[in-house]
Design a protein around this ligand. Structure first.
Ligand code: PMP
Length: 306
């Protein structure tokens, strides 16, 4: 999806013009993929731009960095402020926010520990990641021939830049085969997640989502959906799922910051339910849409105004 240019990007403590936000070709992270990042969204609320669960995203960024032994040279509070400052400077009320922590220019070789840790934050307007039609009617997904990471090869709890080669290959395969999105299985054969979204199955009156031990990122949208579902009186739990659980689901959906809550219409050409978004999916989708914009009182603490 093309990027819409905005005015400023935050780099290592200051706002620079969009066109000047450049790095050297020998930037360490370009070569070995050691970086961590976040994907966050701001929405228009009745008090201006509100960043959804900003502190939770910044905390996950620090967790990812800890796993890779990258020392972020800013505090959590400084990065929370920096995100708000970047949204404000660009005069945006609805946007996607991309903080990136990477290893800069100066060292080469596989030891990362001596490299300078750099931080950037870019923001730009970004529409529905899987398309408006997907949000409305549901998407067609396919089990990927690529597996999710083995936890002892790549740590699923980290949102690491290089780890996404796996997602990109699965995404390309699914699209080339005529599907909208891929579902990846863990090396043990359990359902893990999609290329950039967590997955939920509703069956026998219970909502189930795979745990981190199945290779899934612990999603912030996933956590929001679990809270919303419980508040709606839906039983929800973490559990391993087999691909046949997807085929036999009454309802299924995927969720992530970029994609939001997207119904799944079919898996490997087997219709989910009657192939249209089910009532539980719809209710959760509607509630999420209202919550991110600060329209639901009980979820207002999730919205952090800039
Ligand atoms: N899984 C993967 C692999 C992702 O990249 C994302 C997006 N960050 C998610 C799940 C969903 O996470 P979140 O809801 O925190 O955006």
């Amino acid at each position: 999806m093309p990027i819409t240019k905005t005015d400023y990007i935050w780099m290592d403590g200051e706002l620079v013009n969009w066109d000047d936000a450049n790095v050297h070709v020998l930037t360490h992270s370009l070569h070995y993929g050691c970086g961590v990042f976040e994907g966050i969204r701001a929405y228009a609320t009745d008090q201006g731009a509100g960043v959804f669960r900003l502190t939770d995203h910044v905390n996950r960024l620090f967790d990812s960095a800890k796993i890779f032994m990258m020392e972020i040279p800013f505090s959590r509070a400084q990065l929370v402020d920096a995100v708000k400052q970047t949204v404000k400077a660009n005069n945006l009320t609805e946007c996607y926010i991309r903080p990136l922590v990477y290893l800069g220019y100066g060292e080469m070789g596989l030891l990362t520990l001596n490299s300078e840790v750099k931080v950037s934050i870019a923001v730009w307007p970004w529409g529905a990641y899987l398309g408006e039609e997907g949000l409305e009617k549901g998407v067609r997904v396919k089990i990927s021939s690529w597996q999710r990471h083995d936890p002892n090869a790549m740590p699923p709890a980290a949102k690491g830049t290089g780890m996404y080669i796996n997602s990109s290959m699965a995404k390309a395969e699914a699209l080339k085969c005529g599907y909208d999105e891929a579902v990846l299985l863990s090396p043990q054969g359990y359902v893990s997640e999609c290329t950039g979204e967590n997955i939920f199955v509703f069956r026998n009156d219970r909502l189930v989502t795979p745990p981190v031990s199945a290779g899934a990122l612990q999603g912030i949208t996933q956590a929001s959906v679990m809270a919303i579902a419980r508040d709606l009186g839906v039983e929800v739990e973490w559990a391993n799922l087999l691909r046949s659980d997807l085929y036999l689901a009454d309802e299924a959906f995927l969720c992530g910051t970029a994609a939001e809550v997207v119904p799944i219409g079919s898996v490997d050409d087997r219709q989910v339910g009657d192939g249209t978004p089910g009532p539980v999916t719809r209710k959760i989708q509607e509630t999420y849409k209202a919550a991110v914009r600060g329209h639901v009182d009980r979820y207002r603490p999730w919205v952090e105004h800039v």
